[in-house]
Write a protein that binds this ligand. Structure first.
Ligand SMILES: [Zn+2]
Length: 376
């Protein structure tokens, strides 16, 4: 394995960029969508199937893995890559976001957060230092700083307090991470929807120095217009030569709008979770396979899609197995959704590389406006 972690921007079109993040475990083509493998699995998918959809990197959750099966156990068993049979890069979150959302179950101090497990009520502590240790034990390739993400709406005072605490924790995260060639540490910008706080946060992170920078604290209930409002300026506060990661986003239209504003990486549970609830994403928008209109329809979800669900099965079959609560419904719909998301990213990468991203975006929106194919 080489020791390099490096980002090359290969083309810029407007504010959108395409490039490659080189890691010892393989290249990540950007803009990149990261499927979420919360507890050491992308639900309903074999890892080789996830790779077949075109994913270069997965996201793992520190909070879930530290509680079950435990980071030390994963380390003894050879690390998360070997444990879950995924040899490509893995990004792990810091656990901060999940812990903060345990409202009644946690206590926040300057030192860190103590909380009760949602699984068995046992007491745990997460600090910047412990989060770095857990992510090292897991063997994460891209490690995220431990931060506090306040739910929106919140007052400017509250957003500022959480942001400044997160910046002090970012400094402790950097110190605890140390020097680990081939592994990256990303800082997380906070500041809600306040431009001055976003800029202050970016300056604090740049002074510490990171391998990449995340835009945190969005997709927490502020709505798409407010999120795009922040993304109109926030990526520009970050170093152009480092990857920019928008955490927890999102719907296809959110992803396209974020890429148009200079974001390089994203993650979301939406394609996988929706696959298990019958919501299907297509070039023509979202549809629900539960709907009775599909029960006699011999056509695939999308004639142009090359995923196994569309190549081999009709809407009628997928409707049937979903209604019958057969496990194959989750498998096929998740596969289709992940395939669609990766096709979306590949389409944007090609369009940016060829300097036709604006036209690509117009086509993306036009086909969605047409809507699903008429019923048979
Ligand atoms: Zn498909």
């Amino acid at each position: 394995m080489t020791a390099a972690f490096n980002f090359d921007v290969t083309a810029i079109d407007g504010a959108a960029r395409t490039g490659v993040i080189a890691t010892p475990r393989g290249a990540i083509r950007t803009p990149a969508f990261m499927p979420v493998g919360t507890a050491g699995t992308v639900k309903a998918m074999l890892p080789e199937s996830v790779a077949a959809t075109g994913a270069d990197i997965l996201l793992g959750n520190t909070y879930h893995l530290m509680l079950r099966p435990g980071a030390e156990r994963v380390a003894r068993l050879g690390g998360l890559h070997r444990f879950m049979h995924w040899e490509r890069p893995i990004l792990t979150d810091s656990g901060g976001f999940q812990v903060m959302s345990l409202a009644g179950l946690r206590k926040l101090t300057e030192h860190g957060v103590t909380f009760k497990s949602h699984i068995d009520g046992s007491r745990h502590e997460l600090t910047p230092e412990r989060s770095m240790e857990i992510q090292r034990l897991l063997g994460s390739d891209i490690v995220m700083c431990f931060d506090e993400c306040p739910a929106l709406p919140a007052s400017d005072d509250e957003v500022a307090r959480a942001m400044r605490l997160s910046m002090r924790w970012a400094e402790r995260s950097r110190a605890a991470f140390g020097d680990r060639p081939g592994h990256a540490l990303f800082g997380i910008m906070q500041g809600g929807v306040n431009r001055e706080l976003r800029e202050e946060s970016a300056e604090a992170l740049k002074a510490i120095g990171f391998d990449g920078y995340a835009v945190g604290g969005l997709a927490v209930g502020e709505g798409q217009a407010a999120m795009f409002g922040v993304l109109d300026y926030a990526p520009g506060f970050l170093p152009a030569e480092k990857p920019r990661y928008l955490m927890g986003v999102g719907k296809p239209e959110d992803i396209v709008g974020a890429v148009a504003r200079g974001i390089d990486m994203m993650d979301c549970v939406l394609p996988t979770r929706s696959g298990r609830t019958g919501q299907v994403f297509t070039r023509r928008g979202a549809l629900n396979i539960k709907n009775a209109r599909h029960q006699d329809d011999p056509r695939p979800i999308d004639e142009a899609c090359t995923c196994p669900a569309c190549r081999n099965y009709s809407r009628a079959y997928l409707h049937h197995v979903f209604r019958a609560q057969e496990i194959i419904a989750s498998m096929l719909l998740t596969w289709h959704n992940l395939h669609y998301y990766q096709e979306l990213m590949a389409g944007m990468r090609a369009a940016i590389a060829e300097g036709r991203f604006a036209a690509w975006q117009a086509g993306f929106h036009a086909l969605r406006e047409e809507g699903d194919v008429p019923p048979v």
